[in-house]
Design a protein around this ligand. Structure first.
Ligand code: SAM
Ligand code: DTB
Ligand code: SF4
Length: 343
């Protein structure tokens, strides 16, 4: 599509009356699990129409944010998250490594920026970072921020003062996922509880760092538990600015290696329900894209996803090639960029 064509397109945006009827107000509302389950049960075309209506109210639906991940400290994690290839107690073939040096991280960040990423997320396989880890990560954050990238970190549970230190270094977002519904959580992780996660999110919010929090589907949870995850996220006050929805990557050696794959349409529904209940959040189509195929990814964009992890690798598992992503957006007449509406 050339620039002239782009300028002549008028995006359809709904009139406020249509939006009021599907429960999107600027003020966050309380969502019951029943109401969210009812959204999941809508006929697919109805659900997608509602999600698209909300999406267009707040975002340019043709724009997708590109965020690149880098594992700055891989493997050897003491936690027992049943999905995770980096947990030390599972034999997944992931080697434990020390934290990467500043020059290596900067090199990766520059490469991501040249390839078109606007957000750079640094992940570490820690239960909780030590004070000296935070000092080192703060240096990385400030160097990456200096390149003009948005910064994000995911380092596990934060202690008092950690979020402030990261904020002062230039951290824009902190990622910490609720992962699943409270009543399924104990089947997935036993080494820390739901409240620990909520406490970390509260510390991040209190420090004024934007919250990135989402979860994983396809771990054997029930329909209601998928609704329960979305309810927890939507009822955070305020709700997260950024919401990664991961489809479980089934890794050999983890307890979830043989989990029953989720119906891909159920994944699309999860994206649509997240869009409706978290109207202004960037909803990220996250792990699992490599196994998903182009058509399901396109449906996810139609359901309101407006961000992806961009780069050949997630943390330890694969992700589509950057060229494949650029081609996909091109084939869909969509473009990379900040999705927010300029109004
Ligand atoms: N250790 C930190 C923590 O747990 O918060 C940060 C890194 S951890 C790998 C970040 C998130 O990646 C997890 O909360 C989980 O949602 C997601 N994740 C990990 N393994 C995954 C898998 N096999 N499939 C999908 N998502 C996964
Ligand atoms: C998120 O929700 N998903 C990303 C990011 N936040 C850190 C991680 C996905 C990891 C998938 C498994 C792996 O590559 O190790
Ligand atoms: Fe450790 Fe995070 Fe993996 Fe859990 S998800 S095992 S905390 S790296």
């Amino acid at each position: 599509m050339n620039t002239q064509q782009e300028q002549t397109i008028t995006l359809h945006r709904p009139r406020p009356i249509a939006v009021a009827s599907i429960c999107t107000t600027a003020k966050a509302e309380h969502w019951s699990v029943d109401a969210i389950e009812a959204l999941f049960q809508l006929p697919f075309p109805e659900l997608l129409f509602r999600a698209q209506t909300v999406h267009r109210e707040h975002f340019n639906p043709t724009h997708v944010e590109f965020a690149t991940l880098l594992s700055i400290k891989t493997g050897g994690c003491p936690e027992d998250c049943g999905y995770c290839p980096q947990a030390a107690q599972y034999n997944t073939g992931v080697e434990a490594s020390k934290m990467m040096a500043l020059d290596q991280v900067l090199f990766a960040a520059k490469r991501a920026q040249e390839a078109g990423a606007t957000r750079f997320c640094m992940g570490a396989a820690w239960r909780t970072p030590k004070d000296r880890d935070i000092e080192k990560v703060a240096e990385l954050v400030s160097a990456v921020k200096g390149l003009g990238l948005e910064t994000c970190a995911t380092l596990g549970m934060l202690n008092e003062g950690h979020a402030e230190q990261l904020r002062d270094a230039g951290l824009d977002y902190y990622n910490h996922n609720l992962d699943t519904a409270p009543d399924f959580y104990g089947d997935v992780i036993t080494t820390r509880d739901y409240q620990d996660r909520l406490d970390t999110l509260a510390r991040v919010r209190h420090a004024g760092v934007k919250v990135c929090s989402g979860g994983i589907v396809g771990m054997g949870e029930s329909h209601r538990q998928r609704a329960g995850l979305i309810a927890e996220l939507a009822n955070l006050s305020p709700y997260p600015e950024s919401v990664p929805i991961n489809n479980l990557v089934r890794v050999e050696g983890t307890p979830m290696a043989n989990a029953e794959p989720l119906d891909p349409f159920e994944f699309v529904r999860t994206i649509a329900v997240a869009r409706i209940t978290l109207p202004k959040a960037r909803v990220r189509l996250s792990a699992g894209r490599q196994e998903m195929g182009d058509a399901i990814q396109a449906l996810c964009f139609l359901a309101g996803a407006n961000s992806i992890f961009y780069g050949d690798k997630l943390l330890t598992t694969g992700n589509p090639d950057t060229q494949a992503d650029l081609d996909l957006l091109d084939r869909l007449g969509m473009q990379r960029g900040a999705p927010e509406m300029l109004t």
